[in-house]
Write a protein that binds this ligand. Structure first.
Ligand code: FES
Ligand code: FE2
Length: 313
């Protein structure tokens, strides 16, 4: 008989009622259709000839064909089976439209080079944002790990692992707060300790060993803003449960100023990825357990996640 899931973990939503990052903008060319599911709700996303995204329930309102092999015609999606067409609002177009109800259109948006999807049926919450104005963004390859997505999001707030995994020592107590959007914010400062490899050496040099981080969790999404003194950077992570475990989409940003911003952007991506590889190595195959964990970051994030409403399944 399988072991029972620990109660502290069971209290956290598997599918919180928030925005989800489901793809990179570059993954959906004009005329392309992708599909997926959130909380067992299948969806398709298509990009119109004009470049806009539409997101709809995945099954055609006529006889239920899956729309992932549909064809984009102008600003509409044509069902592969009998060629009914749907617009981005989910309405059936043409002669059939008068007789048939359409499908639900999911709120969809693009930011930071990522595609955000809201699976709830009410009005969507405000999209996660950063204070970073005029940033240039670059995305990383999506990461799939055999673990719980909540292990990935909690890792970002796990203060103890900053030293053991990342060789970064806190230089002051971490501070927690709620933003105007209701998101959970963690602010902390660290310095580099020996043994962290090239990435830590570079960060230490650039920051003069004063690394300040502001990290905000919006349910399944974390916005991390770091201030390294001479340079600022940002990373946006979107986590989602998958059949294989958990998937993360990531975007990295730096200010678009000076002649070297492209180089700085690539160094930022490299630096974040070096940092994250250490997390992936220890989170892979992790079976998350929260009972009795006393790390204040883990406790605060758990309490925040517990407060989020869950999507109906
Ligand atoms: S099932 Fe889509 S048009 Fe018939
Ligand atoms: Fe980490």
């Amino acid at each position: 008989m399988p072991a029972r899931e620990p109660s502290a973990l069971r209290a956290l939503p598997v599918w919180p009622d928030t925005w989800y990052v489901v793809a990179r903008s570059a993954d959906i060319a004009r005329g392309a259709v992708i599909d997926g599911a959130i909380a067992r709700r299948p969806y398709v996303i298509f990009r119109t000839a004009g470049g806009e995204l539409g997101a709809l329930d995945a099954h055609c309102p006529h006889m239920g064909a899956h729309l992932r092999s549909g064809e984009v015609l102008g600003d509409r999606l044509r069902c592969p089976l009998h060629h009914w067409t749907l617009d981005r609002t989910g309405q059936v177009c043409g002669a059939q439209g008068a007789r048939r109800q359409g499908v639900h259109a999911w709120p969809v948006a693009e930011r930071f080079g990522l595609v955000f999807l809201y699976p709830g049926r009410g009005a969507p919450p405000e999209l996660p944002r950063t204070d970073a104005e005029d940033y240039a963004w670059i995305t990383g390859e999506p990461v799939v790990l055999d673990t719980d997505w909540r292990a990935m999001v909690i890792n970002g707030f796990d203060l103890q692992h900053m030293l053991t995994v990342h060789q970064r020592a806190l230089t002051a107590p971490a501070r927690f707060s709620r933003t105007g959007q209701g998101a959970l914010r963690l602010e902390y400062a660290t310095r580099v300790t020996p043994g962290g490899g090239l990435e830590n050496w570079l960060v230490k040099w650039v920051s003069r060993d004063r690394i300040r981080v502001r990290q905000t969790c919006h349910g399944t999404i974390i916005v991390l803003e770091s201030d390294l003194g001479r340079t600022r950077s940002c990373a946006v992570f979107g986590f989602v449960k998958t059949d294989a475990g958990a998937q993360a989409h990531i975007a990295f940003g730096t200010p678009r100023n000076g002649p070297l911003w492209r180089l700085r952007l690539r160094i930022t991506r490299w630096s974040f990825l070096s940092f994250l590889r250490k997390d992936y190595a220890v989170i892979e195959k992790m079976r998350l357990k929260l009972d009795g964990v006393d790390d204040p970051g883990v406790q605060n994030l758990s309490a925040y996640l517990r407060s989020l409403p869950e999507l109906e399944r």
